[in-house]
Each structure stands twice: as structure tokens, then as C-alpha cells.
Design a protein around this ligand. Structure first.
Ligand SMILES: Cc1ncc(COP(=O)(O)O)c(C=O)c1O
Length: 505
């Protein structure tokens, strides 16, 4: 579908696409990757759940959880512009926006989580959360989850196996311990286990015991409330309560990273950690991406006790931009829109509809191994063999590339890059769900015909994907597509990557 672009405002499209690309290559750091590098998209305008390229071509955005209430929502834009006309300054002056935002945000959280620190990115939020944990506990060791990603600053690369699995043992932080991902589909304990929550929590207990034997002391356990980059993993209910019990007994605290999954996305609750049950309250919650609908804003919320301990160090916490009046005006508008447009309810309804459509696809397509999700956070794991769970990595990439050709933006993630990842703006509709699932159906039908009818067709899939550079995920982690050519044959075998080996051991 084409759209008449707003040419007056289209200063973004003043260069032709090739020129933009050339300048990007010349002046932007080469490790800053781009989506669809063989044929990148130049987006110049967006509204709601749609993005438009320089020709006016519309793309359905199924992945942008930053534009939470919809791209360029007019209430949010107005709130930011109006405040920018009046004042923007740091939080050392009294300002109503800061305290009113903190109050409104707190009302969505359990009472105990009452003290806010405002920062500017998810990484800053998690880095500060670690500082709070270290200061409060006086301990050093951090437990993180396999495949986790928590941000790009040094302290967070240290606790992000998604990134640091590329490092040698010597380069890894010895105070960081990795617990198995509580993935009941592909993980160590699966859905057929009588009590996967306890089994995974016991793994954390084992890590704590081992750390103690070596003289370590646990400062914190950190996890996304639902693992996103880690493959849209939904931890079994009760897992966090048991982990928190083990960690707190060891003198540590529990940090929930809600940077991707917070603000009503899961539909039934405002925060994804609440899926674990009313009896679970983390000690720190970190927020980012959706909080400012694209404006760089983020937050750390914690208990009075943790905040007092941080204060007792005597060091002032100052953040030039964190909590400025413009950010807080925008944050307030985002919360208002979520409420006014019942976007949490929409996530529940449309997410449920999307999941039911995908469940029907699972009955039809052998390539679909698992559908999992809550609200508008949904994962579709593609496998070549439903018993062996062989990751269908190349096929997942093919789906993503073909969808892009059909003007639908979706991504694939997880340790094997075989999980199709839905996390669209919360204004996503049932018609949008119909459209994307219809297209996935056609693509999977073609792929399965190719795979099932002629074995040499598998190599066509590979040939197509090998023409392209290895894809990158949204956090710039470049993956292999999981396939290697067997010498002398056109057949593909799953590659024994370092990551694969580690998972199997
Ligand atoms: C779960 C999670 N935490 C933290 C971050 C870091 O956020 P930012 O990129 O805003 O620094 C990300 C970014 O993708 C994330 O996915």
C-alpha cells in the first residue's frame, strides 16, 4: 500500500538512498549494523503500526516495541513539543513533571517499589541497577541467564551471554555466573518435566552454593521477566519466587529487566514479572524502550531500603538528562494513551487472536515447533524436526526476508536465530494479525514444498540466504545462519557453533 508522503516535512528524504548508504558507510562506525544489509530500507515517516519508505511504500511493523503506543502518536508528540517550548532542564530544579510522572508510574507497581531514578536508556538503567545491588548488598557476584541481553555498556556486556559468548573464558568477568534459560521448550528441563520451575530454580541454588565454596558472595540475580533476545522465553510460573528466595537467602537481590516487555505488553498485567503471581515482587525493576515511545528515557524503580543504602555511600547521583521535564511530559503522555486507548486490553485481545491464528498454522506446518507468548509478545520457534528440535535457522531467515519483500517487518532471534519474534506497537489490530499470518502461511507452504518434495531444494534456501551477509538482530549481534555445507554434498547440517556446543554440554 502506498501513501502520500508529507513532502513539506520530508527533510529526511533529501538524499537519494544510495547517497545515504554511502555516507553511512563513510561516517558511521562499521559495527553499527543495518537491517537487511543487502537491500536496506530507508524509512522516512511512520504512524501507528506502519512505517513508510522514501517512495511512500507502507510496511507493517511487527517488531517495534519502542513505538509502544504507535509511531508518532499525536498526544505524545504534542506533549513533548509543548514542554520543549516552555522549559527543558535537569532534575536539580523542582519540577512537577518529574514527581507526577514518578507518582503515576509507581501506581502501576507494587507499593514496595516506590523510589525512581530516571536515566536515558535501558543500558543506563541496568548499569545503575547493578550499582544499587552492589552498594546495598556489599557483594560482587551477579547471576544472569543463558542467552540474556541487558545492554551495551561494559558492565552489561559482562552479564550478557548473548554478547559475551563470543569472548574467551579469560575475557569474561569471573564474578558473573550463568544460569540455564528457563526455557521449557528447548531448555534443560522441558514441559514434560514434573516441576520445571523448581528444577530451574535449583540450578540457581547450585550456582550460589558453588560461588560460596569459592568465597564469592551474590549481589544480584538479573533476568528479563520474559526473555526476548534469548528467544521469547516464558519462564514457568513460580520460578522467580523460588529464585528470589535462594538469592535473598544468600544476601542478594532480584532485578527484573522490563526494558522490552513492560508497560502492558503482556496483556493480563502491566508488568511481565506479575505473570509469576501476586506473591512475587522484585527488588529492582528496570524500564526503557516503550517508556518514552521513542524518546530516549528510562527508569530504575526500587525499594526505599535499596535507595537508602545507595545514598549512604555519600556519592551524589546526578544524570544530566535523566528525568528532564520534556522526558517526563512524554512519559506521562505515554501512560495516558495506554490507559485512554486501553492498549493493555488491546494487547490481550489482539495478542490472543494472533496466538490462536498461529496455533492453527502449527497444525498445518511441520516447520512450526512451538508457539509461545503473552499478549503482544509472541514467539514462533521454527524447527526442521519436531522431535530433535533441530533449529530451522535458514528457514526463519527466509521467512523474515520474504516478509520484508511483502512489506512486513518481523525479526528472528534466540540463540539459534530460529524464533520469529512478534512485539509490535500496541495498537496492532486483528486485521494486521490476519495479514502477517496469511503471508507466513504462504511462505511456509512454499518452503515446506521445497524441503519436502526435492531434497536439492534445501540448498536453494541456503543458496539464497548465503548470498546475503549473516543477518543481524536488533541489538547488532551478528549470527551465523546455523548452516554449513557438507563437503561434496548439497545438503545442509546444523553447524556446531560454540553456542550450540555449549548448549548441548
Ligand atoms: C532486555 C534489554 N535490556 C536492556 C537493553 C538495553 O537498552 P538500550 O539499547 O536502550 O540501552 C535492551 C536493548 O535491546 C534489552 O533488550
Amino acid at each position: 500500500m502506498f501513501f502520500q508522503l508529507d513532502s513539506d516535512k520530508m527533510s529526511a528524504a533529501r538524499l537519494d538512498k544510495k547517497k545515504t548508504l554511502d555516507l553511512r558507510k563513510k561516517h558511521i562506525g562499521p559495527s553499527c549494523k543495518i537491517f537487511f544489509s543487502h537491500d536496506p530500507i530507508k524509512i522516512v515517516q511512520a504512524k501507528g503500526q506502519y512505517m513508510y519508505d522514501e517512495t511512500g511504500q507502507r510496511y507493517l511493523d511487527c517488531i517495534n516495541n519502542v513505538a509502544h503506543v504507535g509511531h508518532c502518536h499525536s498526544d505524545v508528540v504534542k506533549a513533548g513539543a509543548q514542554q520543549m517550548e516552555l522549559l527543558n532542564t535537569n532534575s536539580r530544579f523542582l519540577h512537577d513533571n518529574l514527581v507526577q510522572y514518578a507518582q503515576k508510574l509507581q501506581a502501576t507497581l507494587p507499593d514496595k517499589l516506590s523510589v525512581c531514578y530516571f536515566v536515558n536508556s535501558g543500558s543506563e538503567a541496568n548499569d545503575l541497577a547493578l550499582r544499587l545491588a552492589w552498594q546495598y548488598t556489599g557483594h560482587k557476584d551477579i547471576i544472569t541467564l543463558e542467552n540474556a541481553y541487558h545492554g551495551h555498556v561494559s558492565s552489561l556486556i559482562d552479564i550478557s551471554p548473548y554478547k559475551f559468548h563470543q569472548l574467551s573464558d579469560a575475557e569474561r568477568n569471573q564474578f558473573v555466573h550463568v544460569a540455564p534459560s528457563p526455557d521449557v521448550y528447548r531448555g534443560k528441563y522441558r514441559a514434560d518435566h514434573p516441576d520445571p520451575a523448581t528444577a530451574y530454580a535449583d540450578e540457581v541454588k547450585g550456582i550460589i552454593d558453588k560461588a560460596h565454596e569459592k568465597g564469592g558472595k551474590i549481589a544480584a540475580f538479573i533476568a528479563e521477566s520474559l526473555q526476548s533476545c534469548g528467544g521469547q522465553v516464558i519462564p514457568p510460573a513460580g520460578y522467580f519466587q523460588q529464585v528470589a528466595e535462594h538469592v535473598r537467602k544468600a544476601g542478594g537481590i532480584f532485578i527484573s529487566d522490563e526494558v522490552q516487555v513492560g508497560f502492558g505488553r503482556v496483556g493480563t498485567h502491566f508488568w511481565a514479572f506479575q505473570l509469576q503471581g501476586e506473591d512475587f515482587v522484585p527488588d529492582i525493576v528496570t524500564m526503557g524502550k516503550p517508556i518514552g515511545n521513542g524518546h530516549p528515557m528510562s527508569c530504575v524503580v526500587t525499594t526505599r531500603e535499596v535507595a537508602e543504602a545507595f545514598m549512604s555511600s555519600g556519592m551524589e547521583y546526578f544524570n544530566t538528562f535523566g528525568g528532564n521535564p520534556v522526558s517526563c511530559a512524554i512519559g506521562l503522555a505515554v501512560l495516558d494513551v495506554i490507559e485512554k486507548e486501553d492498549l493493555q486490553g488491546n494487547a490481550l485481545r489482539v495478542g490472543g487472536y494472533l496466538t490462536s491464528l498461529l496455533e492453527k498454522q502449527k497444525e498445518k506446518h511441520l516447520l512450526i515447533g512451538d508457539i509461545r507468548g503473552c499478549g503482544l509478545f509472541v514467539g514462533v520457534e521454527l524447527v526442521r524436526d519436531r522431535l530433535k528440535l533441530t533449529p530451522a535457522t535458514a528457514e526463519a531467515q527466509e521467512v523474515i526476508y520474504q516478509l520484508k519483500e511483502e512489506h512486513v517487518l518481523l525479526s528472528a532471534d534466540g540463540p539459534h536465530r530460529n524464533v520469529l519474534k512478534f512485539k509490535p506497537p500496541m495498537c496492532f489490530t486483528t486485521e494486521d494479525a490476519d495479514l502477517v499470518v496469511e503471508k507466513i502461511d504462504l511462505i511456509l507452504t512454499e518452503l515446506e514444498n521445497a524441503l519436502g518434495l526435492k531434497m536439492h531444494s534445501i540448498s536453494n534456501v541456503e543458496k539464497e540466504s548465503s548470498k546475503r551477509k549473516p543477518p543481524i538482530d536488533e541489538n547488532g549481534h551478528q549470527h551465523d545462519d546455523g548452516l554449513v555445507q557438507r563437503k561434496g554434498s548439497g545438503q545442509a547440517a546444523p553447524q556446531q557453533t560454540k553456542q550450540n556446543k555449549r548448549l548441548k554440554s
